[in-house]
Design a binder for this molecule. Structure first.
Ligand SMILES: [Zn+2]
Length: 652
């Protein structure tokens, strides 16, 4: 057998494809296959290596693969080795190819996937991998894209064109007569729209603002193009046109691609620039390069001034998605108290648990081994909170007093602030007037002046809004609801919480925010019960009830100005408790130490002898392995020593 294999060829087949999940170069593939063969004890010094580097679909292809197939069919192959079975995907049916190879006396090894036809059960593995490789929608998407790419390379319309262009039939006569394949279409400039594109660039380069341009287009009734949803021009439409490279003949293809999750839900993700295709189409030029460059500079300046800067992406704290779309009452709120990670929901039989995903067998893993039963935890937390809110606890009272005081302070501050803002607004308005005059008279024409103007107008707008809000507040003085009303609202919150639905889960996220899960494990046992710890954010609870008060908007505005992180003491909820045996174990140990007889212990505890003994044994064993016998060694001399060293420091 061995001799026969050696007399046949060992072939290492490699194929490069950027579309495969693993786009290793042929050289890398060869090296890895050789390393694996060495580990398997197979001599590969005389291997025939096939480098199949033709790119899929576009160039001459299949020559190398045909060679492989020919070798296989004539029974020349002893071993065929690849790094990944999908390298063979040019065989329309990989499984059939490999079966034939084995039939002809060959052996197939996919080193990266651990497939070897000398091992029993290889058929299933090959079949599974084939299914995996052939049914991924990724592969389907690739084929669709390839087809569209072919069309765009042929300078034809790929179905999607923008403002300033139109598609037309290449062969109107032919299209009219035949009902055959989709008639071919071309793309050309649509002058009635292209002239507006040129105007937009011209206006922008002359220093008109994007919003001014949008208004002007509306005023002059410029057509909105074939993809319009409404007839109104908006600033973002203008901006899109100013950023569109197609007007300088760069038609980019494949800037995004669609991926799907296991449920088939789609999303668009960006494609790296080197994988995008840019086709230059000189006949479609609408904007000259120098005009384009000037506009790009203008856009860059605007971005510099007002755009999102790096590190400025998220305003405010990052919000976990479950805080906005909770899909379980406690989902996303429970954290592991040992390692701090958010706990994940796991199903076990019919029950749901929250467990620490860092939990594991070895020492580096998280030690939180107890899982939180979801249903039990939900019930316990809701019941606890409902009772808590109706009981009007002291910390809530304190928070309420603090809030009343702050509201008072803010209310007193408002008139002063309004006066200040009004002074500032007058300054800014006269600044705007001066700048407008200067621009109108043509005294200045710099971008910097226009930017200043934009900025000043923005500030004026912000101040006007702020003053308006403050006046509203002053005209309708806010009255804090009385205690009775608040108690009613708290009762209302409690019943919302008891109902446990979507509302409750939102409320819970607001007023509790974070729950820590811990565990209690009785001595000598490996399993225990879960313990939850959390605080109630009193301020948030108050906001939740006050925002439903009659004073409405004004109170909301005030509350937005108040900050406080007043919260309750820590609450602890145990989900379970010690068993009877756990409960009695330390007491039994005590009684045994005092010489109490087992018969008496059985009587006192109510446990039968067997269980009483086991409880005692487990407890005592745990004490022995857990306690360090050196614990009570004396350590009085420490104090004297430190006194002495302090003296010597003073002397030096
Ligand atoms: Zn953990």
């Amino acid at each position: 057998m061995l001799a026969m294999v050696l007399s046949l060829a060992l072939v290492i087949y490699t194929r490069f494809s950027s579309d495969l999940q693993s786009n290793k170069s042929c050289k890398d593939q060869e090296r890895e296959v050789r390393e694996a063969l060495t580990r398997m004890g197979i001599d590969h010094s005389k291997a025939i290596v096939i480098y199949d580097e033709a790119e899929s679909g576009t160039k001459v292809f299949r020559d190398d693969f045909k060679r492989l197939q020919a070798m296989m069919e004539s029974g020349q192959i002893g071993i065929l080795a690849v790094d990944d079975q999908s390298r063979l995907s040019r065989a329309d049916n990989t499984f059939a190819f490999i079966t034939d190879l084995v039939y002809m006396g060959g052996r197939f090894i996919a080193t990266g996937e651990g497939i070897d036809t000398e091992q029993t059960g290889w058929e299933l593995r090959v079949k599974v991998m084939e299914l995996h490789n052939s049914t991924t929608i990724r592969e389907l998407g690739r084929r669709v894209r390839r087809g569209q790419l072919g069309r765009i390379l042929g300078q034809l319309s790929a179905g999607d064109y923008c403002y300033g262009y139109e598609s037309y039939l290449l062969n109107p006569e032919k299209a009219a007569e035949s009902r055959g394949p989709k008639p071919e279409r071309g793309l050309r400039i649509k002058e009635s729209e292209a002239k507006w594109v040129r105007k937009i660039f011209e206006w922008f380069n002359k220093g008109r603002s994007i919003s001014w341009i949008a208004e002007e287009l509306n005023r002059q009734n410029a057509p909105r193009g074939h993809r319009r949803r409404s007839n109104r021009w908006r600033p973002r439409h203008v901006r899109k046109i100013l950023e569109n490279e197609k007007y300088i003949i760069k038609w980019r293809w494949g800037t995004t691609r669609t991926i799907r999750n296991s449920q088939g839900k789609k999303k668009q993700i960006p494609v790296p620039e080197e994988l995008q295709v840019v086709v230059e189409r000189p006949e479609l030029r609408i904007i000259e390069d120098d005009v384009w460059d000037a506009a790009q500079k203008g856009l860059a300046d605007l971005k510099e001034l007002y755009g999102k800067k790096p590190g400025q992406k998220h305003r405010g704290p990052k919000v976990h998605h479950t805080a906005i779309y909770p899909n379980g009452l406690l989902a996303g709120m429970v954290f592991c108290s040992k390692c701090g990670s958010r706990m994940w929901q796991q199903a076990s039989g019919k029950r749901l648990y929250l467990g620490c995903h860092n939990r594991g067998a070895d020492d580096y893993c998280c030690e939180l081994t107890t899982r939180v039963p979801v249903e039990k935890a939900e019930e316990a937390v809701l019941e606890f909170l409902a009772k808590l809110l109706t009981s009007w606890p002291e910390w809530l009272d304190e928070a309420l007093a603090a809030m009343r005081q702050q509201i008072e302070e803010v209310t007193q501050r408002v008139p002063e602030e309004v006066a200040h803002d009004e002074r500032r607004l007058r300054d800014v308005e006269s600044q705007v007037a001066n700048l407008v005059d200067a621009l109108a008279e043509g005294r200045v024409q710099s971008q910097a002046v226009r930017d200043r103007l934009d900025e000043a107008e923005r500030e004026a707008k912000r101040l006007r809004k702020k003053i308006e809000d403050a006046r509203k507040l002053l005209s309708a003085p806010v009255e804090m609801p009385d205690d009775k009303w608040i108690q009613q609202q708290l009762d209302g919150l409690a019943s919302v919480i008891r109902e446990g639905g979507y509302e409750a889960s939102l409320l819970l996220r607001k007023i509790v925010g974070r729950i820590e899960a811990d565990q209690v494990i009785p001595p000598g046992k490996s399993r225990g019960y879960a313990r939850l710890r959390f605080r109630v954010l009193a301020w948030e609870a108050l906001k939740a009830i006050l925002s439903s008060a009659d004073s409405g908007d004004a109170l909301d505005a005030l509350l937005a100005n108040c900050v406080n992180d007043e919260s309750s003491e820590e609450f602890v909820i145990d989900l379970g408790g010690p068993t009877l045996m756990d409960h009695w174990a330390p007491k039994i140990a005590e009684m045994r130490a005092e010489g109490t007889k087992w018969t008496e212990i059985v009587e006192i505890t109510g446990l039968d002898l067997n269980r009483a003994y086991r409880a005692w044994k487990r407890f005592v064993d745990a004490q022995q392995t857990g306690d360090d016998p050196g614990d009570d060694s004396p350590s009085e001399s420490d104090d004297e020593q430190s006194d002495g060293s302090a003296d010597s420091d003073e002397a030096a």
